[in-house]
Design a protein around this ligand. Structure first.
Ligand code: KG4
Ligand code: ZN
Length: 351
């Protein structure tokens, strides 16, 4: 991982694929700073508004970068590489970060690296507490679950992976966000549902309170639109006043029941894949991997099957630029760089 002949390679990474403006400084493959500015305006609309997101990135990309440089104790003139996410994500958002990074590259005459956002998530479970990326134990099974993606892969090498299955409809994070809205919880829905299920007000929610149906599909595929409809129908069983009272009394139980159904639907294909492939290394990534119950139950599954579970350190599971910087550093070490003609790819995939 160490680039040849370098005392200290300083890499600045920018991530603006969705609604978080993020910058990170990675020195010789170790995270020195990691700054994320989450746009709060979207909460008012119950989801990400692309136009608002790109305008906010324009406003925040420079101050967030300055803060990341300051936190790392680095001057912009000392930066030796600059990286940005090229996709997948919202076109307007990606353009801001990419253009900014390319401008730094041109102005400072330093190499530019374009990184796939999903590669950042994919390898983030191997970030160590000291901020460096460990060599992943290839091959490993990867469950990548975010607001836009839900897929299960066998990762054979840094650049070789096979998709076992993916969602046929909503992404797991999207299901959390939509069901949160139905329950009257704010955006982003995943953390809101997790907090509600932990029952700060009413005690811990009962995961068996409602037995929401678990959709099971062949070929390691996922489907989350059915459970969203089940929650909707369940709530529609009450008129408006009764529903408000029901939610006031049982929000924590409903959140816990939905969360439990999601966890079971996510982990069942992982268990099947472990059985079919014999692979005993499992990596959970993407924003949904921030869910503590998912991690606890994945850990129990791995223990039962004598497997090792890898999850990114807390705070690095949702979108951040450190994961982009660490993957970019790996490209640098392998002698790769991207041309300034590189364009964004809003629908870039992992495979
Ligand atoms: O990876 P990420 O930060 O952004 C994308 O690449 O999409 O993932 C964001 C998604 C959102 O849908 C959010 O609701 C979900 O991850 N999420 C969670 C939790 N934290 C974030 N879902 C369940 N439990 C959480 N604690
Ligand atoms: Zn993401």
């Amino acid at each position: 991982m160490q680039p040849a002949n370098s005392a200290c390679e300083i890499l600045l990474a920018i991530e603006t694929s969705c609604d978080d403006t993020a910058a990170s400084v990675v020195c010789d493959g170790t995270i020195r700073s990691n700054i994320v500015s989450s746009q709060i305006d979207h909460a008012r609309y119950g989801g990400v508004v692309p136009e608002i997101a790109s305008r906010a990135h324009q406003r925040f990309v420079l101050p967030v970068t300055r803060t990341a440089l300051e936190a790392a104790g680095v001057d912009i003139n000392d930066v030796t590489y600059v990286a940005a996410t090229y996709g997948p994500g919202l076109a307007g958002s990606l353009l801001v970060g990419m253009s900014f990074a390319k401008a730094v590259s041109a102005a400072r005459n330093i190499p530019f690296l374009a990184v796939n956002h999903l590669d950042g998530h994919l390898f983030s479970p191997f970030m160590q507490e000291d901020g460096a990326l460990a060599q992943p134990p290839f091959p490993f099974l990867a469950l990548v679950v975010s607001g836009g993606h839900s897929e299960l892969l066998v990762v054979e090498d840094w650049h070789q992976r096979t998709r076992l299955g993916r969602t046929r409809d909503d992404a797991a994070g999207e299901a959390f966000d939509k069901v949160a809205k139905l329950l009257g919880l704010p955006y982003p829905g995943g953390p809101a549902i997790e907090r509600a299920a932990m029952g700060v007000k009413h005690g811990v929610g009962d995961p068996a309170f409602v037995d929401f149906p678990r959709t099971t599909l062949p070929d390691y595929a996922f489907s989350f639109s059915g459970i969203k409809t089940s929650v909707l129908y369940h709530l529609n069983g009450y008129d408006e006043a009764a529903r408000a009272a029901y939610l006031a009394d049982h929000l924590h139980d409903l959140a816990a029941s939905f969360q439990q159904a999601m966890i079971e639907m996510l982990l069942r294909p992982v268990e099947e894949a472990m059985r079919a492939t014999g692979i005993r290394q499992v990596a959970l990534s993407g924003g949904v991997s921030a869910n503590e119950q998912l991690r606890v139950q994945a850990q129990a599954l791995c223990r039962r099957r004598s497997a090792a579970l890898h999850v990114a350190p807390r705070g690095l599971r949702t979108d951040n630029a450190a994961m982009i910087g660490l993957v970019a550093y790996h490209h640098v070490a392998a002698g790769r760089e991207s041309p300034l003609t590189q364009t964004i790819d809003p629908s870039a995939a992992l495979v």
